[in-house]
Each structure stands twice: as structure tokens, then as C-alpha cells.
Design a protein around this ligand. Structure first.
Ligand SMILES: CC(C)(COP(=O)(O)OP(=O)(O)OC[C@H]1O[C@@H](n2cnc3c(N)ncnc32)[C@H](O)[C@@H]1OP(=O)(O)O)[C@@H](O)C(=O)NCCC(=O)NCCS
Length: 194
């Protein structure tokens, strides 16, 4: 049985246990590659700024994750503030995929436009462990978020991530516009009934 809960509702000691490693959820994600402390700090900051962190779990294993920032500037500020910590962590990681993430992170910052429009209620990550995909866990995470936020919701995804685009369309989002995040070309989707 899959359950979805919020980061705030997870007890302190459980938080420590579950923050250990999220890499297995999405191995090319910057957030999932964070160290234990960074991940905990990041989630705490997102929540403090009125964002949402939702966790899907099966027994005691985390199988899905959704992060929505209140304003699209929140995560960028966090990444900037922790640039040294994040870079060193990725540089000395044993995972090859972390070196790619570091390169992408570096180029995205280099080419980040200063005049980017600020997006409110911006979902920055939805990910389900590969072995559990296609079992409606992603859908459950989105449903819970809609219930909690109940106002304009946005999500952007890489222009070539057709799987995610299809997933958002099936979950009441519609294409809004194309945006750039550093060197990444993204498609921004907006929740339909708003
Ligand atoms: C995108 C993702 C979060 C979807 O989660 P999921 O639990 O596998 O999706 P669900 O089982 O809840 O699917 C919900 C709907 O989306 C559709 N969908 C999901 N994955 C799909 C795929 N690979 N291809 C086509 N449609 C898909 C399903 O048809 C389903 O609709 P239905 O219930 O009407 O059949 C998951 O595939 C994932 O983690 N992908 C890698 C990370 C990623 O790319 N995240 C998005 C960018 S941040």
C-alpha cells in the first residue's frame, strides 16, 4: 500500500533515516544527489518558504518524491548559497552521473538569465523509483499536491522529456510556454482548471 505524506509530518528521527540517499529515486537529479544534510536543509527551506515536499512511501521505503517551491527563485537562491558544498559533493562523488550533474549545474548558472520571470507554485521535481513507475504513484503525489495547494500550479520539464510531458497532460496540466533555465530548454505546463 502506497501512502503519501508531507515532509513536516515525518518525525525527526525518521527524517534523518530517509534523507540518507535519494539517488536511487532519480539518478540524474541534482536534488536527489544532495548529501544527507543538504537534502534536509533544502526540504526545510522549501517548506519554510511555503513550498511543499511530498513523500510517497511503501512500508518504510521512499518510492516517490515531489518538490514544489513557492517561487521559482527559491531553489536557485538555495543552490547559489550552497554552491561550494554542492559542487564539492558532486565532484568527489563515486557516481559518474554526479559529474554530469555538476557540469550541467555549472553551465546552467553560467547561462542563467537575470530577467527570468518568477513562477509561483512551481513544481521542480516529481520522481518515482524506476521499479515502481507506471503504478499511479506519480498521480497520487500530484493529486495530494492539488488538494493541499488548490491554486495556480506550474511545472516545467525538459523539452525532450516526452514521458513526463505525457504524465502532466494526463494529470490535468496543459502546455503554457517555453522557457529557458540556463542551457536547458523547458516546457512550462499549467494546471488546467485554474
Ligand atoms: C514521470 C513520473 C514521475 C510518472 O510517475 P508514475 O508513477 O510512473 O506515473 P503514474 O503511474 O502515476 O501515471 C499517471 C499517468 O501518466 C501516464 N504515464 C506515466 N508514465 C508514462 C510513460 N512512461 N509514458 C506514457 N504515459 C505515462 C500514465 O498513462 C498514467 O495515466 P493513466 O492512469 O490514465 O494510465 C515517473 O515516470 C518518473 O519518475 N520519471 C522520471 C523522472 C521525471 O522525468 N520526472 C519529471 C520531470 S521532473
Amino acid at each position: 500500500m502506497i501512502k503519501v505524506t508531507t515532509w513536516q509530518k515525518i518525525l525527526k528521527d525518521t527524517k534523518k533515516k530517509i534523507s540518507k540517499n535519494f539517488k536511487y529515486i532519480k539518478d540524474d537529479s541534482l536534488i536527489c544527489s544532495f548529501s544527507e544534510n543538504l537534502l534536509k536543509n533544502f526540504f526545510d527551506v522549501v517548506v519554510k518558504k511555503n513550498g511543499k515536499v511530498l513523500i510517497a512511501y511503501k512500508k518504510s521505503k521512499i518510492v516517490g518524491l515531489l518538490v514544489m517551491e513557492n517561487k521559482s527563485i527559491d531553489s536557485i537562491s538555495f543552490f547559489k548559497r550552497n554552491i561550494l558544498n554542492i559542487s564539492l559533493n558532486l565532484l568527489f562523488s563515486k557516481n559518474m552521473s554526479d559529474k554530469k550533474i555538476l557540469l550541467r549545474y555549472f553551465f546552467n548558472f553560467l547561462f542563467m538569465k537575470k530577467d527570468n520571470v518568477i513562477i509561483k507554485n512551481n513544481i521542480i521535481l516529481v520522481a518515482v523509483v524506476p521499479s515502481e513507475r507506471g503504478k499511479n504513484i506519480g498521480k497520487k503525489l500530484i493529486k495530494k499536491l492539488i488538494k493541499l495547494v488548490n491554486s495556480n500550479l506550474f511545472v516545467s520539464t525538459d523539452s525532450d522529456n516526452f514521458r513526463a510531458q505525457n504524465f502532466y497532460k494526463k494529470n490535468k496540466f496543459k502546455y503554457f510556454k517555453q522557457i529557458y533555465y540556463g542551457i536547458r530548454k523547458l516546457y512550462l505546463y499549467k494546471l488546467k482548471n485554474n
